[in-house]
Design a binder for this molecule. Sequence first.
Ligand code: GDP
Length: 322
Amino acid sequence: MPELHPLTSPLLAGNRRALAKAITLTESTRPDHEQDAQTLLAEVLPQAGRSIRLGLTGVPGVGKSTFIEGLGLMLVGAGHRVAVLAVDPSSARTGGSIMGDKTRMPGLTVHPRAFIRPSPSRGTLGGVARRTREAITLCEAAGYDVVLVETVGVGQSETQVAAMTDLFLLLTLPNAGDELQGIKRGIMELADLCVVNKADLNPQAAVRAQTELRTALTLLTPHDAPWRPLALRASALTGEGLDDLWAAVKRYHETVDLPAKRRAQTAVWFDELLREAAWRAFQAGVDPARLQALRAQVETGHLTAVQGVAALLGDERKNAHL
Ligand code: GDP
């Protein structure tokens, strides 16, 4: 039998240090580490997939970390093992991550059945998303049965997180009228669950916000959708509404054909990686001056865009025959 990767057995046994090391390995950009990480991932892959993957977004201050702390503690209290990951594209610029920051979830951070990992702070959004996907696999292989992936609700990272999780939760505030304007329609369209947080501050406003959200979600959802997104109310601070939210998550899991959804997500991801790799390979083989010259001809209307592309691909083919 071929020897296993040294991290495989401890990881599968649920060892947290092995899990942390494995995630660090997947975040490395050294080619030998990358290969090593892929070996490890391939070995543990058959043991992954047995978790509820929950994506979570909302503008800064809406209460994401308080919510994750509250929900996470409720779940570990009920015997679950909870992993918290983050996709924070801003951390790639600032070199530091506020999301998944351990000080934001003090109770969960020290709980033996919880694992918190900040967003990788290097790389493009695509790179950060890839590493988060790999971290999900590693957490599942290590026995975490709930994986929360947090993202800040202001950019494009939401689409990425929705594409790697089973269901996507949008946290909003009781002043929904104003807030709905600020939430990009695209983010609402991704949401399977919307939760009006801080309902304790102004219960009546929270009910109004919930009604408005419900209307908006109804308008956005196709009639034949297998799941009709829900609008709920909660208070992350008092814990009120968290059990209803979790019941909705479980209902979702029973309603939606998750294996099919995950297969489709994986296929899309594979195609994305392939497109990226093909583009990189093309760029490596093309003469940049020729590319620029053709682009200029297209810009000035001397060639159609289609002709420009065909000319470049023609070059490629000729080179391949040399
Ligand atoms: P994040 O930036 O989305 O992670 O938001 P935080 O979890 O850091 O919360 C921002 C502020 O809102 C903190 O002062 C929290 O204590 C407070 N907060 C969060 N959830 C609730 C809630 O349900 N009720 C009340 N009253 N305050 C909350």
